[in-house]
Design a protein around this ligand. Structure first.
Ligand code: ATR
Length: 276
């Protein structure tokens, strides 16, 4: 996806993947920095650890409490910090700035892939792990009216519920299945990663009949058990590929300063994940 975007923008850059032990994250970031890398993406479990490692935190990182994108910056002779892409010769002094592009990708994918208008909406969120927390806080920031959070381990849902009540008191939060219909069911659990998985909610307590649209953050398999069941109930349905795409597109925009070629990136991503 990133290399397709880079090629479309005709940049002489490469995007490479490295596996790094959490205890080596600090030296990995420092290594990339001294080699004048343009930037990095980080995934689980590095997103939280990087908060204490980078030199600067963008507002997106402080708001969502996690770093998934780093941009390296250099100091100009005038003493100004600028992205590394703007330097012809490597700057003497560099620093790492952390961003979060995950939260924005959630709402962009909900809007573009599902046509969701979140303001005033009623949402059932399944899952209260890292992805569930970011989704819950972002939905609240987008001014959903009601948020129902259900998780296998209830105290994690309770913690997120308290955080939302504190940060967004206008949003009505409940930690149970809704009795009334909802506009959106959002699956942020990892249930569905295996085609044989059960549905990520308790069918004795809630029915897809009460749901207009279903978003499953899982994207592989392309049609998760939840997506399949939701279609049979006539819901609008999307899997989570758009979320992966848009967090990457935003990262590329940070590194390049240019709009990302989203269609080319989507095609490459679909080919990689689904082979077509
Ligand atoms: P991520 O960063 O992708 O959110 P995570 O923080 O490990 O990953 O969260 C995984 C989510 O899937 C959690 O909500 C987890 O529920 P618990 O908090 O009870 O662990 C949920 N999950 C994983 N396996 C599950 C299962 N078999 N049934 C129900 N929920 C499950």
């Amino acid at each position: 996806m990133q290399n397709a975007g880079i090629a479309t923008l005709a940049l002489n850059w490469r995007y490479l993947a490295f596996e790094v032990y959490p205890e080596d994250l600090r030296s990995a970031i420092a290594g990339a920095q001294v080699m004048n890398y343009i930037g990095l993406n980080l995934t689980v479990p590095h997103k939280l650890l990087a908060m204490d490692i980078v030199d600067e935190l963008d507002e997106t990182a402080t708001t969502w409490g996690a770093v998934n994108t780093i941009q390296f910056e250099g100091k100009t002779t005038m003493g100004e910090w600028r992205p590394l892409r703007e330097f012809t010769d490597p700057p003497r002094e560099t620093r790492a700035r952390g961003f979060n592009t995950d939260a924005e990708a959630i709402t962009r994918s909900l809007q573009e892939d599902l046509g969701m208008n979140l303001q005033g909406a009623s949402v059932l969120l399944l899952g209260a792990g890292g992805a569930g927390r970011t989704a819950a806080l972002k939905l609240a920031a987008e001014k959903v009216a009601r948020l129902f959070i259900v998780n296998r381990t209830p105290n994690k849902a309770e913690e997120i519920g308290s955080e939302i009540r504190r940060r967004h008191p206008e949003v009505k939060v409940a930690l149970a299945y809704p009795a009334e219909p909802v506009d959106l069911m959002l699956n942020a659990t990892s249930v569905g990663l295996k085609a044989a998985d059960a549905l990520p909610f308790d069918e004795t307590q809630f029915s897809l009949r009460k749901v207009s649209a279903v978003y499953d953050m899982v994207y592989d398999p392309a049609e998760t058990p939840l997506c399949k069941a939701a279609k049979s109930f006539g819901c609008r349905v999307s899997n989570g590929l758009g979320m992966l795409l848009y967090q990457g597109a935003k990262a590329l925009e940070i590194w390049t300063g240019c709009p990302a070629p989203v269609q080319e990136m989507r095609r490459a991503l679909e080919k990689k994940v689904y082979g077509s």
